[in-house]
Design a protein. Sequence first.
Lengths: 115, 196
Amino acid sequence: MRRENLGGSVWRRVAGVTVFCVSGAVPGCVTPHEGERHVVEVRGFAYSPDTLRVAGGDTVVWVNRDVVSHTATSSEWDSGALGRDDSWELVTSAPDTIGYLCSLHPAMAGTLIIE
Amino acid sequence: MRVRSGWWALALVVTGGASCAAGADEEDRATATPAAVEAAATDGGALNDAEIAAVVVAANSIDVSYGEIARQRATDERVKEFAETMISDHTAVNASAVELVSRLGVTPEENEVSRSLQSSATRTRDSLRAMSSADFDLGYIRNEVAYHRAVLDALDTLLIPNATNAELRETLVGVRPAFVAHLEHAEALQRALEET
């Protein structure tokens, strides 16, 4: 899993198998408390939801459910190519509205609103 | 006839798309098109699941082959990136389709449509290879626009309606957005290239 900070944020990525490591949900699987966790599914060449509002400190996880690779790419961060069932996560920080797209399929666009 | 329309469009575009894109005259198109259409028309319309699988594999493989030519010949960075995406995406879609039909115990069955597509694509590849360097980027992208429109039409009018296995049908419906996204991407590139 790859994980990265956005101004103190952290990103994670799982290759091949997506592991949702939620504290207390899986024995031995412990994650630090980072606020609420949100999942953006990439399916059918679209981000779902395509607009997501989160609080600073929340974690956003993009999970690719398509057979082809996708990215979540903004001017500030880039997931890199996510294959089928790969995921990548971002821990948010300061309030911002960030547009992002799939660099491989530019018609795919999403917005992350950090409040 | 509804069934045939998508099939004919696909046969037409893989045969004549690059010639048209390269600005070839009508005579070239006329000599390039009828054989594929005639061959496709002899089958009578409906395809079974094994034949649909063969058409899907052929359609994806053909666009991979166009992308491989573009990988070598394209000069515009955006076109090069698009070609890489086509190679990657259509290879992935094919792998998924092959995995599915293997699991279902279906062996793709070559048929008039798949054979026609392959033979027509050979001609299109020749056209792409014969284009001048100056014409290639736009020629390739115009062909991609035409090709993806035709594949979408074939999906909607031939492949999805005729698929009887639910999983195969779901897979076809599931890959449709890929072709829509590719078409939109190619159309945007075409506009950009035509403006420069």
